[in-house]
Design a protein around this ligand. Structure first.
Ligand SMILES: [Fe+2]
Length: 204
């Protein structure tokens, strides 16, 4: 095992333990998830732990020739599938805006390389009617080295890439495969269930 891999495992384990402790002590509140975000920002600043050779961008699909939008590398997850940490490598030239969506668990994101604009939304309906929902933009946060985003389980965001490759750390209260009821807002008053990203590679 390379010394970088070893060091990364140590630093990831340390950060995840900090985050478990924050949740145990403070529960899930806007303040506690901000603390979780700050722990993730500190990990993201250690860029040498996440070399491109170990975390390459998605390759073009041989069938379509089109590269996948992003690839998620699983860095850590607890035995009960809680506290799941991923590195997301997002493609150059894949400028996109994704739909506003929630995660059904708390979420924290921090920058490793590049810039990813996060738009944060307020929900403007009562959320009581299945398949219906509206949001409006509240503020924007540029996720880059030294910054990050924290979202409560019902928090809504969307991402805008500036067309250059990015690497970001994503930590969720629960592993992504359990997020089967997260929703996207279509902008016309309807919502839809968001598919789980199929590009997950175990890099623990
Ligand atoms: Fe998201």
């Amino acid at each position: 095992m390379s010394s970088i891999t070893e060091k990364r495992r140590e630093e990831v384990a340390k950060t995840v333990q900090q985050i478990r402790d924050i949740e145990t002590q403070d529960g899930v509140t806007p303040d506690s998830i901000n603390k979780i975000r700050d722990a993730l920002i500190t990990l993201g600043l250690q860029q040498d732990l996440f070399p491109e050779e170990e975390f390459p961008l998605p390759q073009p699909d041989p069938a379509t020739g089109k590269p996948a939008r992003n690839i998620l590398y699983l860095l850590s997850v607890d035995d009960d599938d809680r506290f799941a940490l991923y590195l997301s490598a997002e493609n150059a030239g894949m400028e996109r805006t994704n739909k506003p969506h929630d995660h059904t668990a708390w979420a924290a994101i921090s920058g490793v390389t590049g810039h990813e604009l996060n738009i944060i939304y307020d929900r403007t309906d009562d959320g009581k009617t299945e398949g219906r929902g509206t949001v409006e933009p509240s503020h924007e946060i540029m996720v880059e080295p030294g910054s990050g985003v924290a979202l409560m389980p019902d928090g809504v965001h969307s991402l805008v890439l500036d067309g250059k490759p990015t690497m970001t750390l994503h930590m969720y209260g629960i592993a992504m495969e359990h997020m089967t009821s997260r929703i996207s807002f279509n902008g016309d008053g309807t919502t839809e269930i968001r598919a789980v990203n199929p590009n997950i590679i175990d890099k623990r």
